[in-house]
Design a protein around this ligand. Structure first.
Ligand SMILES: [Zn+2]
Length: 107
């Protein structure tokens, strides 16, 4: 009995989600000073500089996070799947419902 997989190899790529935003969290390594998670990276940078100027603490742990999204790397595969979704949508009556909604909106 063969155990060889017949599944096609599909390549994905991981990127930052465009609506995810970038956030940073900062904590001083010499005291309890923190900059709570914020999307304002410049503000966090200014707060670190100010803390160093006033307290002399120069080492910070800085964590930056974003929201990642995994997408198909192969555009031909993306288009193939989009077409399959369109066909299923029509098969399930989605296009007919859309037409009915448009007719109502126009009435
Ligand atoms: Zn400090």
């Amino acid at each position: 009995m063969s155990t060889r997989s017949t599944a096609r190899f599909v390549r994905y790529k991981v990127t930052s989600h465009p609506d995810g935003g970038l956030r940073t969290f900062v904590s001083c390594q010499s005291c309890s000073f923190v900059v709570l998670p914020t999307a304002d990276i410049e503000r966090a940078t200014r707060a670190m500089s100010h803390h160093t100027a006033t307290k002399g603490h120069a080492i910070f742990k800085r964590t930056t996070e974003d929201v990642a999204v995994v997408v198909l790397a192969d555009t031909a595969e993306q288009e193939r799947r989009a077409e399959v979704n369109r066909l299923e949508y029509r098969h399930l009556g989605g296009a007919a419902e859309d037409d009915a909604e448009h007719a109502q909106a126009g009435a």
